[in-house]
Design a protein around this ligand. Sequence first.
Ligand code: ADP
Length: 427
Amino acid sequence: MFIALTFVLALALGVALIKIISHRRAVRALQQAILKKQPLLSEDLPGAAGPAWEQLRIAGNELIIEVAQLQQQRTGQLAQLEATLGSLQEAVLIVDASNYILLANKALQAISPRAATQIIGHRLELVLHSSEFLNYVESVRLGKALPQHEVEFVEGARTTWLEVTGTTIQSQGSSRGPWTLFVLHDITKQKKLEAVRKDFVANVSHELRTPLSVIKGYVETLVDGHPDIPAADQERFLKTIQRHTERLNSLLEELLVLSRLESINPGLHREQVDLRALLTSIIDDYHGRPATAGQHLELTVDPTHGILFVDPLKITQVIENLLDNALKYTPKGSHIHLSTRMQGLGEVIVTLRDNGPGIPAEDLPHLFERFYRVDKGRGRESGGTGLGLSIVKHIVQLHGGRVWVESKLGEGTAFSFSLPVRANGQG
Ligand code: ADP
């Protein structure tokens, strides 16, 4: 009896042990399937695990498939978001409450070269060095900022102006919230244009003020004391008024020429032009002018460049501006030489060389800027507007050419410009 009881107990124990082992195997198989995110097959379950395990397997598989689908969906959305942010011109940046970068798009690289490296997880201060921007970040976080703010970033020699828009966003259950999102729009070009415009208005006002105040002064004198002023003085006053009126006139005319050249429709009328004939007629015309008397004016033309496709009136204006300067800024008896030469097959180089006083090296890079004069007082006295070389540059560039100057103090100056020639022999 005792033996039979012992046997039954041992049998029950054996069966229970087999069950426990099968359950453990089943748990491990399910665990592996979840870890690998792969559905569990029926044959992977030990036979002894029982029907309850089969149900658990089916439910587990449904969960595994659902999680995989959700993950796929999320990856797709993230890729879409990254592509959208990447294609934006504006830089987009999200930081957490401690200024750690959570998201940044490619456009940020244009602002800070540091952003070219992996910056997610780095502190904002290490990527964008601007205390002004960091202050703005803080005020957005505290809800005290204006919706838009202009910030200046200085990176070595480069300055970038940005219009920054900032807002706080939900931190999606993260403890490091609230997050702040910034959109940074590069407005450096607009800022530069604004500065150029302001500069231009200031320069024009300055140029207009002198002749206008001279005219005003003399007119008032003539009006107030007309009977007492000797006739010779009256005439002198009137001549001064005339000279300054002409100066005002040429200033306005040159400003109009410049604004036309800079407009969308600069009025370039190209035609087949024999450069030799054009230059010869300009030089002939100058030989008859009083300003040329006492100067040695010479022309040498390369016979190989033939016909060019240019606007003859505008090229005439370029040559005349350069010639007028050479006559104006060199003393009597100087040599002024206009010449052309072919450079390869692609372009004609036209040079006007004088042996006048020359131009200091530090002025050369600025000569083609509007209103730039080497000798401020003398330039104005001689009736110059400071716009002539700027007009030259614009016309040459409209023709697809380049313009440059070489000069040595005491030796003279050479202004050159190129005009492209097409392969069929036409410019
Ligand atoms: P401006 O109306 O004053 O002549 P430009 O733009 O034509 O203005 O010339 C700019 C400046 O360049 C002049 O004011 C002058 O100082 C200098 N310059 C131009 N051509 C010569 C030259 N051939 N020799 C010396 N200086 C020159």
